[in-house]
Design a protein around this ligand. Sequence first.
Ligand SMILES: *Cc1c(COP(=O)(O)O)cnc(C)c1O
Length: 363
Amino acid sequence: MKMKIDIKVTRTLNPKQKPNVDELNFGTQFTDHMFLMDYTQGVGWHDARIVPYAPISLDPAAAVFHYAQEMFEGLKAYKTKEGKVLLFRPDKNAERTKRTNERVCIPEIDGTIFVEAIKAIVAADADWIPEKEGTSLYIRPFIIATEPFLGVRAAKEYLFIIILSPVGPYYKEGLAPTKIFVEDEYVRATAGGTGSIKIGGNYAASLKSQEKAHEKGYSQVLWLDGVERKYVEEIGTSNAFFVIDGEVVTAPLEGTILPGITRDSVIHLLKDWGIKVSEKRMTIKEVYKAYDEGRLTEVFASGTAAVISPVGELCWKDRKIVINKNAIGNLSQRIYDELSGIQLGKLKDRFGWTVEVESYNKG
Ligand SMILES: *Cc1c(COP(=O)(O)O)cnc(C)c1O
């Protein structure tokens, strides 16, 4: 395959034992190799390389440790029944990286190079992609500011890293409805802030709410808008959808929610199926009112990790509502089947969403 960048590959001499496919969980085991590329002001991005997976050494003054100048992405590689390796819309992760970098003053990475780097590391560790139904290889690209400097300004040196983790099905017993706590104390994002980009700081700020939800017996939080704490925005680290009177409603991209690639794919599919989708602001009060009137039929979240995650219960100000008798809704199931079918190469890729990692050779 023709590469846009030269990637020097140093293979490990001590391959690790592959995990048991029945015991995979999320993000605890890593493959044999990682991708690294440096940035130096005046030189640009350089020294793209694949090396054995290992700890990295950084100066304690590295800017990332002090002012959190960093970004990350998340996507997956799937192995089809025929043994092909597929990525799902990686160009969208490249585009989002561009926007994230712009906002936190990290130098731009060319989209083609970003995708080539992902293909190269996935090809290098393709034998780590689990083949069992529901499993995949999670890909985590991220960039950290490495310049040792304690002043507050954009760093002059960065490291772009891609690591890979074989992951199991998000829900061991299939699509299981979750219990969601509506957060009306802490907020995630406000317009003009960083809610629409993927940076670590957003997640550090969300941990408190997540712990609170866990203590109350809920698995995640539903975020309300940061100004009035009225409008529904996101569910944990995924986008939120509400089905009311057959219309699917999701929060608009106005700077406070993360533009999920799964969200975009869900909207595409629904429109293709002729189902009404509206990207509009909706209050949590309207959601409860629709429930009381018997018009709220499904609530679900979308994201790379679980694809679709149905919501079985919401709790807002101590009032609990059980959605669709705590069962998976028809639409949630249909979207899940279609998206995961396309990702796994089982269904026709009508939208040209999958990208094959061609340099991977089974033989
Ligand atoms: C990553 C993320 C999502 C989902 O994005 P996908 O591209 O669909 O994986 C949604 N919300 C937040 C806050 C996220 O970090």
